[in-house]
Design a protein around this ligand. Structure first.
Ligand code: ADP
Length: 392
């Protein structure tokens, strides 16, 4: 009687030790799932854990290839290639585990990888001896723990591939379109300068229209290509400390002719004691030029534009105010979106693609600043952006 009790005690103690060892392995897998960086690496770890827990000699993690709709091996443990996927298909199609203990020498156990009610693949393990209900529970635990993360990584990697393909596509198209456009611009400029003979009044008008449209097209290609570089992380910033007032004065000077053409005034408020900012001067020039160009375009003749630079305890603030057509409150949420142009005749009169503010916001934000807008229709708009201080 006492001998029997000791045996039971031993069995129970061993079972508890086994369970604790299993929990430790599963807990380790939990940590690996949280740190998973790539799908092949994660799949290999999940499979290794599954094989370890059920003492399998060989194992395969299969995922459904979205395009082909077929199961494909993405991780393998052991040397033998998977000879048949029949059992894996059965498990995948029924979304239930499948066991084959019939073949002496190689028994197989397959469990489905399920997440959000969808079966995304299977874990397939083999060994020489029978698989038990405990093995099934352990492999199912591994599959249930990891299916969500595997699917997340798959979606993530698929999106990254799509983004890469889109970026390559945009880059090729913009490059290929720029070449013929440069040729058109060159020839039209020759004609415009009458280097290939005098132009009639009507020919001159046509040439001006062609030049305007070439400019419009090349602006679009320039913006698309920069957005592409920004979104694919290829845009390099050359940040350094510099004084903003000099740069503002340079940009403002470039607008003098355009502003005179519409009898608009531009007033600059540049205090002498401004702290140095830390940003990319070329990008800041682009931001200022874009906001000043908008203020000029969307302000009727005779209007006023004011550019004020001020310092706050944490940043330098640039405020550009105009007395133009203003922006309706309903348009605020779309203002910084790609291709947004306010649905108004006054806006359509001006050329543009609705990409300027989208780019400006991105350029401000990647330099650590913020941008906002306040406006009253028919009274004017104010755009405020910040740049980080050099000494912070
Ligand atoms: P674009 O000027 O090429 O249309 P932007 O992205 O620079 O593109 O601006 C988007 C839209 O925001 C403009 O089409 C216009 O409707 C509105 N907008 C921008 N700046 C001003 C401004 N200073 N005054 C009034 N509306 C503006």
């Amino acid at each position: 009687m006492i001998k029997q009790m000791v045996d039971w005690y031993d069995v129970e103690r061993q079972t508890t030790q086994h369970q604790q060892a299993h929990w430790a392995v599963l807990a380790e897998l939990g940590e690996q799932l949280a740190q998973a960086a790539s799908l092949p690496e994660l799949a290999a770890r999940v499979l290794a854990t599954g094989c370890q827990l059920v003492n399998a000699s060989d194992g395969y993690l299969l995922l459904v290839d979205v395009e082909m709709g077929e199961l494909a091996v993405v991780a393998q443990q052991g040397k033998r290639p998977l000879t048949t996927t029949t059992l894996a298909h059965q498990s995948y199609q029924t979304s239930e585990a499948a066991i084959d203990n019939q073949h002496s020498g190689e028994c197989a156990l397959v469990v489905p990888l399920q997440t959000l009610g969808q079966t995304v693949g299977t874990i397939h393990v083999t060994r020489a001896t029978w698989f038990t209900a405990d093995d099934l529970d352990l492999l199912t635990a591994v599959a249930n723990m990891s299916a969500g993360t595997i699917q997340q990584l798959r979606v993530h990697e698929a999106l990254a591939q799509l983004q890469q393909a889109r970026s390559a596509y945009v880059s090729t198209v913009t490059h290929e379109m720029r070449l013929p456009l440069t040729a058109v611009k060159g020839y039209v400029d020759l004609m415009s300068n009458e280097l290939v003979g005098p132009l009639t009044r009507q020919q001159r008008e046509f040439v001006v229209v062609i030049q305007r449209n070439v400019r419009r097209m090349s602006n679009l290609l320039r913006d698309l290509s920069q957005i592409n570089r920004l979104e694919s992380g290829q845009l390099r910033l050359e940040k350094r400390p510099f004084a903003l007032p000099d740069l503002v004065e340079n940009v403002a000077a470039q607008f003098a002719e355009k502003l005179n053409g519409r009898c608009q005034t531009l007033t600059l408020h540049l205090p002498g004691d401004l702290p140095t900012v830390y940003a990319d001067p070329e990008r800041v020039t682009q931001i200022l030029a874009s906001l000043l160009s908008n203020a000029h375009k969307y302000t009727p003749s005779g209007g006023h534009i004011t550019l004020t630079v001020a310092s706050t305890p944490v940043a330098v603030e640039v405020v550009i105010t105009d007395t133009g057509i203003g922006i309706a409150e309903a348009d605020y949420p779309h203002l910084f979106s790609q291709f947004f142009r306010a649905p108004s005749d006054l806006v359509r009169e001006q050329s543009g693609w609705g990409l300027g503010l989208y780019l400006v916001k991105k350029l401000v934000e990647i330099q650590g600043g913020t941008i906002s807008c306040q406006s009253l229709p028919s009274q004017g708009s104010t755009f405020t952006f910040t740049l980080p201080l050099a000494n912070r």
